[in-house]
Ligand binder design. Structure first.
Ligand code: NAP
Length: 273
């Protein structure tokens, strides 16, 4: 029996990494495209990121996905940042351009891509939360040309800072349900499996059949926010869509190949359900 020796090595760094779906998606992608490559999970503690980045510069690693808590810290070890990464203020993808390490951000496209079918229904959007995912969401909404974007966050100062940076409006946390929006995006961990699973980040009064509710949390697939929104007749989008599209964009950057989103979604759903 022959031994499989991959020609290219990729992986994800984060800490803790938990049960990342990225190895499944990318290794499946390599086999779909007949590429002799392998993608691994590398749990890298925050204080080890310098060592890892030195290794990335000297070992034959072709590309890296970057997740929490390294999306900001890797920026000091790269040679270039794409416009998307600069706008989002974070890097989730590393690749080589000749001998230069480039940092990109596919969370922006990952967040905006699932909204494309609904563009003619979205004039106003509220982003809940003001962390890294919120930044990607705001950049994505701006790229899509959404005119009125507001942000609301538990720590109101962070919402105000982000609003000033992106020239959008901020809404006090207690008033987040006072106005109606065409689109609500949850970018907090509220609703995530574990001790936050039963917490709905939104007050549902203004949500109805014309609202689109997009939860960036994808574990569980149907969060309490999405369940409540469905009851109100709203259109719902799961965070799995963001995960899927940010991963497909990474794969495209690294390999030049487009994977079939429907097949990739099926693969991920089989793993999650
Ligand atoms: P982050 O930078 O840590 O930001 C978390 C945000 O959530 C902060 O604004 C924080 O508010 C808020 N928050 C945390 N706990 C809260 C609570 N108990 N009540 C109210 N607000 C709370 O995290 P992130 O990187 O933006 O990620 C946020 C979530 O997005 C993740 O948990 C993940 O589920 C999801 N996500 C999904 C994808 C995907 O591919 N689908 C990708 C990235 C992230 P304060 O400022 O007040 O602390």
């Amino acid at each position: 029996m022959g031994v499989f020796i991959p020609k290219k090595l990729f992986g994800i760094i984060g800490y803790p990494l938990g049960h990342s779906l990225s190895p499944l998606l990318h290794n499946w992608g390599f086999s779909q495209c007949g590429l002799e490559a392998v993608y691994m999970a590398w749990p890298v503690e925050p204080e080890k990121v310098t060592d890892f980045m030195k290794g990335f510069g000297s070992l034959p690693i072709s590309g890296v996905s970057v997740t929490i808590p390294h999306k900001l810290s890797v920026r000091e070890y790269i040679n270039h940042e794409t416009g998307r990464a600069k706008a989002a203020g974070a890097v989730n993808t590393l690749f080589w351009d000749g001998d230069q390490i480039v940092g990109d951000n596919t969370d922006v496209a990952g967040c905006s891509e699932p909204l494309r079918p609904y563009l003619d229904q979205i004039e106003s959007a509220l982003v809940i939360g003001a962390g890294g995912a919120a930044r990607a969401a705001i950049c994505g909404l701006k790229e899509l040309g959404v005119k009125k974007i507001a942000i609301s966050n538990r720590s109101s100062e962070k919402a105000r800072d982000l609003a000033a940076e992106f020239k959008i409006s901020s809404i006090d946390w207690d008033n987040r349900a006072v106005h109606g929006y065409d689109l609500i995006i949850n970018s907090t961990p509220l609703g995530m499996s574990g001790d936050k699973e039963s917490i709905n980040p939104m007050i549902m009064d203004k949500i109805g059949v014309n609202t689109i509710v997009y939860d960036l949390v994808y574990n569980p697939l149907e969060t309490v926010l999405l369940k409540e929104a469905k009851k109100k007749g709203a259109t719902t989008i799961s965070g799995l869509e963001m995960f899927l599209h940010q991963g497909l964009e990474q794969f495209r950057i690294w390999t030049g190949h487009d994977l079939d989103p429907d097949k990739a979604r099926k693969l991920l759903l089989e793993k999650l359900t």
